[in-house]
Design a protein around this ligand. Structure first.
Ligand code: ADP
Ligand code: MG
Length: 277
């Protein structure tokens, strides 16, 4: 679990994070959502110690990270995996060397043990036998998966993903979300995802923190978001008229006022397998 309490961060006298608090649990995807410039990345950087907050504290499994010295923080840092925006792979290194990088930094394992671990995580992200490829030979979705493999290679307790879907098409985005979610549950990781992707919110948002101009405006789950009356949140999430209608439909479904038709196969020209053709 990660908690942060009353985090404030300013740059040159301008407050960018204003008294934000939240509690993010293990084994679930904790989303920080909000418009561009609302403070998601700054908040995440405060959480991992890349920025020092002006005020407030961050706790990892109850331990006060903010009060720790550098040596104490290293222990926590080893338990943190990060998927950076745009994957941030080293272009001059093969897939294998990219993934091995954290192992070289933080372990004294033999080459054999490191290679075995690289193969294990590559298999987990469905990229078996891509060890020798270079980032330039990979698609956007594959690069993200290599980024995920590198982020989990040290078996992190905490995983941070900043805009994991940026630059990906909707289908690939869903696959990446699904992978992040599966890994989170499988290894009981406290996962924090920055996003402004509405699909991610609905698909993986166990806990959602909505930031507006540096302040926590709303928090809740993807179930609760359907019923939220928060005006700013609704304008942000359900921006188009189409999505506003979809929200109303889902509300009616959830309250049993209309049947749930989402599992029915209603694609044009597509008969369901049980129907005679
Ligand atoms: N290193 C920095 N120095 C000064 N201002 C910054 C710095 N990093 C971010 N900001 C400002 O903080 C605000 C929030 O930025 P950011 O957290 O990157 O937004 P988001 O990730 O939600 O798009 C923006 O106004 C941005 O210009
Ligand atoms: Mg950002």
């Amino acid at each position: 679990m990660i908690e942060f309490k009353n985090i404030r961060k300013s740059f040159d006298g301008r407050t960018v994070i204003d008294n934000a608090s939240a509690e993010m649990k293990a084994g679930q995807c904790n989303l920080i959502i909000g418009a561009s410039g609302s403070g998601k990345t700054v908040l995440m950087k405060c959480m991992v110690g890349l920025f020092e907050p002006d005020q407030g504290e961050i706790l990892y499994s109850g331990q006060n990270f903010t009060a720790m010295n550098n040596k104490e923080r290293t222990v926590i840092r080893k338990e943190i995996g990060m998927l950076f925006q745009g994957s941030a792979l080293f272009d001059s290194m093969s897939v294998q060397r990219n993934i091995m990088f954290p192992l070289n930094m933080f372990t004294d394992w033999s080459y054999k043990k490191k290679t075995d671990r690289v193969n294990e995580v590559l298999e987990r992200v469905n990229l078996k036998d891509t060890n020798k490829k270079f980032p330039s030979e990979l698609s956007g979705g594959m690069k993200k998966r290599v980024g995920i493999a590198r982020a989990i290679v040290l078996n992190p307790k905490y995983l941070f993903c900043d805009e994991p879907n940026s630059g990906l098409d909707p289908i690939t985005s869903l696959l990446i979300d699904k992978l992040i979610k599966e890994i989170t549950v499988e290894y009981n990781i406290t996962t924090v995802v920055n996003t402004h992707d509405m699909n991610s919110v609905m698909e993986i948002g166990n806990y959602i923190l909505y930031m507006h101009k540096g302040k926590k405006e709303w928090e809740g789950s993807n179930k609760e978001i359907i019923f939220s009356k928060n005006h700013l949140l609704n304008e942000f999430i359900f921006a188009s008229d189409f999505l506003k209608d979809a929200k109303e439909m889902r509300m009616l479904e959830e309250t049993g006022k209309i049947p749930n038709l989402r599992n029915a196969d209603d694609r044009i020209g597509h008969s369901s397998p049980s129907e005679p053709s």
